[in-house]
Design a protein around this ligand. Sequence first.
Ligand code: C2E
Ligand code: MG
Ligand code: MG
Length: 406
Amino acid sequence: MMALSKTMIGERLSTEVAESDLVQQALEAIRKHRGMEAAYLSEFVDGKAVFRCVDAPGMTHVIDVGDAHLLEETYCTHILEGRLPDLIPDTSKNRHARSMAITETLQIGSHIAIPVKRRNGEPYGMVCCLSQSPHDSLNPRDLETMRMFAELVSRQVNREIEERSEQELKANSVRSILKGSEFSIAYQPIVDLKTMMTAGFEALCRFEPLPYRPPDAWFRDAMAAGLGRDLELAVLGKALEFIDKAPADLFLTLNVSPETVSSGRLADLLTGTPLERLVLELTEHTPVDDYSALRDTLAPLIAGGVRIAVDDAGAGYSSFRHILQLRPDIIKLDINLTRHVDNDPGRRALTTGIMSYAHETGAMVIAEGIETVREKSTLKALGVEMGQGYLLGYPGELPDAESMAA
Ligand code: C2E
Ligand code: MG
Ligand code: MG
């Protein structure tokens, strides 16, 4: 047999691989079913067949992920157009297969192929299985078995295509929000529960596109599209208008993800802002891999006077690990701890525990989502210093400076 050389194979492209465990496992099953040497999923792109996923342990020098061949030089088009059968037990017995250069290049002795279609019926590519030697016993039952696995592959491919196009739509919406600054800031008062005076405000973003979606949904989409930091920084820039509009003794809390803090771009944005008036509320929406790096990035801001709050304490995903690692100046009790705290011993016990931790570490506690007088009174009795919620003030436009100073 002729030695296979890398120069004889098609171009190797970098690809967005439809590579999932499921596709990989299906290809392995297809290949092993009749002891073949290679199974792969190809996608048709710009007149080429690109290998998206490959299971070919001994043949990766000729069939590898990203390899691309002109479609007319592969079996694919010929099978789809009926010049080659989908099952070829011995290529040397098929005149058309024999005449094709790729038969020799890849040393194809036997070949089975099943087309993979997109949901709209257009061809996506093919699932193929081949061996360098003939397999005379390959029969229509093998083709049927392969069709079953190819169906699995096809479903997975279509799921991935849909996910990608959904992602792309979301990314475009976020880009258009960024381009047109289609958002505003609502400020919600944070009230000292002893004096009932407003001590500061939390900046909460409101996105304009309709139908209304909560801000965390937009930030999630932006993160998934790789635009989370850009969006957060743009929103923070707008929220900082507060500093010139509100009396100097009022603080501003800003929601910011650990990802944005770690990017290092926050410090530039905050240059020239009186840092002692700022509180950064960190939520653990995604796990933090490296707390010491996060603390290092925060250190100069903290030295300048910024305070750190851990948001949503006591919520399902906001772990106490986050509190332990960040040693915040402020702990914000999640709305779910506040709700019915007046008649739920479990919530009261958890709040008491957090209060005790806060006293030990010198942190202040702010309760979120206070809606009733009884919730407020209970939290105050438990020692919670500050509160926020519809009972105390809705998020909205900043009051005029005079009434805030009053
Ligand atoms: P969060 O930071 O925990 O904000 C508190 C949420 O509770 C806000 O929802 C607020 O409107 C709502 N809330 C306040 N008081 C009450 C109350 O008494 N009852 C009830 N039921 N809800 C109350 P919102 O504005 O929809 O924000 C949801 C989340 O979106 C925020 O949770 C925060 O994680 C995120 N978010 C909002 N604005 C920003 C932003 O500018 N940047 C970032 N990174 N995240 C933001
Ligand atoms: Mg918050
Ligand atoms: Mg919260």
